[in-house]
Design a protein around this ligand. Structure first.
Ligand code: C2E
Ligand code: CA
Ligand code: CA
Ligand code: CA
Length: 279
């Protein structure tokens, strides 16, 4: 065995090598994407149980990567989270949503509330409170229009700092919801400690609704829990009339999913809003 330590790369198979190279390319392309402004937001309507009116939207990021078309978030958010760039992109998402809300509102278009997704990393390393309050002030965003979708893992470490941040955001009129509820940490104690407004039932449970009794049971349990704590409950990933019927019967407050509409680019979102739709 000659010079074992000399060339560590000899342990990489060609396939691993390609994987590593691709990853390095992705990271560098993402760094450029931030400075070049290659991200865009699409908006998926949320529909109210009563009347089927559109009461808000979830803003979902896409990467308009040159030569690759529109890249979905699952293909790049994990890389952003690992490299820490998510803090910067997350800040852009918050600012872009606030700017869009204000732009619509200046033109007499009312989108209702607009929610943005917040990564756990933004909580820990970023300055979420400053980013949000700064964006609201910069863009003169109407009070109560912005909502943050937090994950259970963001709320796992229940420090005084977390409570203070959430309380300050709440005081500034920001609504708080817990995304993918039921898939994360199992302690429910934080629901009483934090000023939460809404629970979003994860798509994996909605998929089982009206199909298996276990799926029904979890969805039902979340609806009951949410309502007994006086929280609004939102279902994501609603795809069928049977699911809609079930959720109606059990008084789910808001629904979101391909059954109503996929996430839409800005122009199509405006067209939808101007038509004052019932979906
Ligand atoms: P999520 O927060 O759970 O968002 C819902 C995802 O489900 C979206 O995928 C949406 O397009 C998709 N969806 C909506 N209705 C249906 C349906 O009826 N059926 C099915 N099969 N899917 C449906 P998308 O836009 O690809 O986003 C994927 C994930 O990427 C999001 O999951 C979220 O975790 C993350 N993400 C998106 N935008 C951001 C962002 O700005 N910041 C952060 N940190 N994460 C984001
Ligand atoms: Ca979400
Ligand atoms: Ca979700
Ligand atoms: Ca989900």
């Amino acid at each position: 065995a000659k010079q074992a330590g000399r060339n560590a790369f000899r342990f990489f198979t060609p396939a691993m090598n390609l994987q590593v190279r691709r990853r390095l390319e992705l990271d560098s392309a993402l760094r450029n994407a931030v400075t070049r402004g290659e991200f865009v937001l699409h908006y998926q309507p949320k529909v109210q149980l009563a009347g089927g009116h559109v009461v808000g939207f979830e803003a979902l990021v896409r990467w308009n990567r040159p030569g690759h078309g529109l890249v979905p978030p699952n293909d790049f958010i994990p890389a952003l989270e690992e490299s820490g760039l998510i803090t910067e992109v997350g800040r852009w998402v918050i600012a872009a949503a606030c700017e869009q809300i204000s732009d619509w509102s200046a033109r007499g278009i009312d989108p209702g509330h607009v929610s943005v997704n917040v990564s756990p990393r933004q909580f820990v390393t970023g300055d979420l409170e400053r980013d949000v309050l700064g964006a609201l002030a910069n863009h003169h965003t109407p009070l109560g229009a912005l909502e943050l979708e937090l994950t259970e893992s963001s709320l796992m470490t229940s420090t005084e700092a977390t409570i203070a941040t959430l309380t300050h955001l709440k005081d500034a009129g920001v609504q708080l919801s817990i995304d993918d509820f039921g898939t994360g940490y199992s302690s429910l104690a934080y629901l009483r400690r934090f000023p939460i407004d809404k629970l979003k039932i994860d798509r994996s449970f909605i998929r089982e609704v009206a199909r298996s009794s276990d799926g029904d049971a979890i969805t039902l349990a979340i609806l009951r829990l949410g309502h007994s704590l006086e929280l609004e409950v939102v279902a994501e990933g609603v795809e069928t009339a049977a699911q809609l019927q079930y959720l109606r019967r059990h008084e789910c407050d808001q629904m979101q999913g391909y059954y109503f509409s996929p996430p839409l680019p800005v122009r199509e979102t405006e067209r939808l809003l101007l038509a004052r739709p019932t979906l």
